[in-house]
Design a protein around this ligand. Structure first.
Ligand code: E4P
Length: 218
């Protein structure tokens, strides 16, 4: 499973990249705003800064909601760096834009996916990735993992190449459960990625090893 980090924070992106396990980055307009990145040029520059840290796909989201606007914006985003993936919302105009980019060989990430039907449409349009938001489904008492499993089944039935990018990850169990289901990618916060490494028995065991070594070498 590929690991993407879901943030626009350059420090966190650098820290995750330094771990050596980072495959890519996803951002969205809310994450950009959270970092105080505003204004068209600043936002574009920030995408380039992210691409300069991570050698992997970096999702950059369009703001337009009409086909022509998405095409114009997406083409510009894609021209910024070879690793940019154009992130497009799951709306009818978005499906048309995904089809356009797919025919042009430009990678896309269909975002705000909350149902199997939406995932099927995006795959038929040729999306490179689809982002089901599992945490947001959990937030409204709907099992987000069930959706990931349903999409996995459908894509396998027809050998769709579209990759399932499990998004809106909230904690390490989401990551593990997505890996069990066979999600191609997960995107989550640095805290959830780092939490995978934590185990009290590891900490206790290491403490003991170091103490025993110190005893024998003092
Ligand atoms: C995905 O690409 C989105 O940026 C993200 O995962 C949304 O997560 P949230 O529900 O925590 O905002």
């Amino acid at each position: 499973m590929k690991f993407f980090i879901d943030t626009a924070n350059l420090k966190e992106i650098q820290e995750a990249n330094d771990l050596g396990i980072l495959d890519g980055v996803t951002t969205n307009p809310s994450l950009m705003a959270k970092e105080g990145i505003t204004g068209k040029q600043n936002i574009l520059d920030h995408y380039v800064a992210i691409c300069n840290i991570v050698d992997g796909p970096v999702s950059a989201e369009v703001i337009s909601t009409d086909y022509a606007g998405m095409v114009l914006e997406g083409e510009h985003l894609a021209s910024l760096h070879k690793n940019i993936v154009v992130k497009i919302p799951m709306i009818p105009e978005g499906i048309k834009a995904i089809k356009y980019f797919s025919e042009k060989g430009i990678e896309t990430n269909c975002t705000l996916v909350f149902s199997a039907g939406q995932a099927l449409l995006a795959a038929k349009a040729g999306a490179t990735y689809i982002s089901p938001f599992l945490g947001r489904l959990d937030d409204i008492s709907t099992n987000g993992l069930d959706l990931i499993a349903q999409i996995r089944l459908i894509y396998d039935n027809y050998a769709f190449n579209t990759q399932i990018l499990a998004a809106s990850i909230r904690h390490p169990m989401h990551i593990i459960n997505c890996a069990e289901i066979g999600s191609d990618v997960m995107t989550g916060p640095l805290s959830a990625i780092k939490a995978l490494a934590k185990h009290p028995l590891t900490d206790l065991g290491l403490q003991q090893f170091l103490a025993d070594h110190a005893k024998g070498n003092s």
